[in-house]
Design a protein around this ligand. Structure first.
Ligand code: ZN
Length: 310
């Protein structure tokens, strides 16, 4: 019996798995921030033990627990800071190991863990190398090459959201740079771009009628053929393709898997990216596949268990 844990800023997702990745049950608990993560690890341990007992298992039958955590985790398991969950200078796997009394606990950055999950049981299953893009509030990513997550020497490998795709940007990205992919292709970025275009022209658009515009509104209007929204969506596809073609020229994955809230735009988004990506990768005769993620918010718990299985 294995457990997969995906720690987020507001909730912690957990899953109980049998053997080689068969999900038996999943549930969520709230993330209690404070005391440098003390409650987070207390709550995870208590919840795992509770569910193990309810499933008729003795705690000694827990073979391992994998965790995804928001923030960079160094190769030795040390985490300097996890801003969203209020932890600093800890070894997350040791914290949980102390409480559960079992040695096999693995912990990795959550984006990398989600990439591992999609590559194992999701949109990247069956491919040896995959790059996951998670397009939500921000744009994250992770590279899984030959079955292994690539973290890089400093833990930022895969952070595709902060590749510079525009040089004329005046606003600053969360990272401090200007012109990052995330500023245009994230859910917030799509809305911002749509508003910029709306402000700069008197052209008619259904988007003008919408209060509290969302990225979904923009993508839906683009799908329905609204020319202004379509222009914004095409630009988003172009920026994504630009960053993805850079990834191809560096690690050449077999497949890109697109997940996160914005990927709900489905094949429409894939087609927008595909058109530009194909033009930008002239040297590639066999182009990378571009597919949608399939695990949704379960990618993290699957990847966490894959982490423990090694
Ligand atoms: Zn940035």
């Amino acid at each position: 019996m294995y457990f997969g844990v995906d720690i987020g800023g507001t909730t912690i997702k957990l899953g109980r798995f049998q053997g080689e990745g068969v999900l038996q049950e999943k549930w969520e608990i709230p993330t209690r921030i404070g005391e440098n993560g003390k409650y987070i690890f207390d709550d995870i341990a208590a919840s795992i033990l509770n569910h193990a007992v309810q499933a008729g298992l003795h705690p000694s039958e827990i073979r391992g627990v994998g965790m995804g955590i928001p923030g960079p985790v160094l190769p030795d398991g040390y985490m300097e800071v996890g801003v969203n969950i209020g932890v600093r200078e800890i070894y997350p796997s040791k914290e949980l190991s102390k409480r559960l009394g079992i040695p096999l606990i693995c912990c990795e950055n959550d984006a990398n863990v989600a990439a591992l999950g999609e590559s194992w049981k999701g949109g990247g299953a069956g491919f040896r190398s995959m790059f996951l893009l998670t397009i939500g509030t921000g744009v994250g990513g992770g590279a899984v090459l030959d079955g292994k997550v690539r973290k890089g020497a400093h833990g930022i490998a895969g952070e595709i959201g902060h590749i510079t795709v525009r040089l004329d940007e005046t606003e600053t990205c969360n990272c401090g740079n200007r012109g990052c992919l995330e500023q245009y292709a994230s859910a917030t970025g799509i809305v911002r771009e749509a508003k910029r275009v709306l402000m700069g022209t008197t052209r008619p658009s259904v988007l003008r009628e919408i209060r509290n515009l969302t990225a979904k509104d923009v993508m839906d209007a683009a799908k329905a053929g609204d020319p202004l929204a379509l222009g914004v969506a095409e630009d988003v596809g172009g920026y994504l393709a630009w960053a993805m073609s850079s990834v191809s020229y560096i690690v050449d994955p077999e497949v890109f898997v697109i997940g996160g809230g914005v990927s709900a735009a489905g094949e429409f988004l894939i087609d927008l990216i595909r058109k530009k990506y194909d033009v930008m990768t002239k040297l590639l005769y066999h182009k990378a596949e571009i597919r949608l993620a399939t695990l949704g918010n379960e990618a993290g718990i699957y990847g966490a268990v894959r982490l423990v299985l090694g």
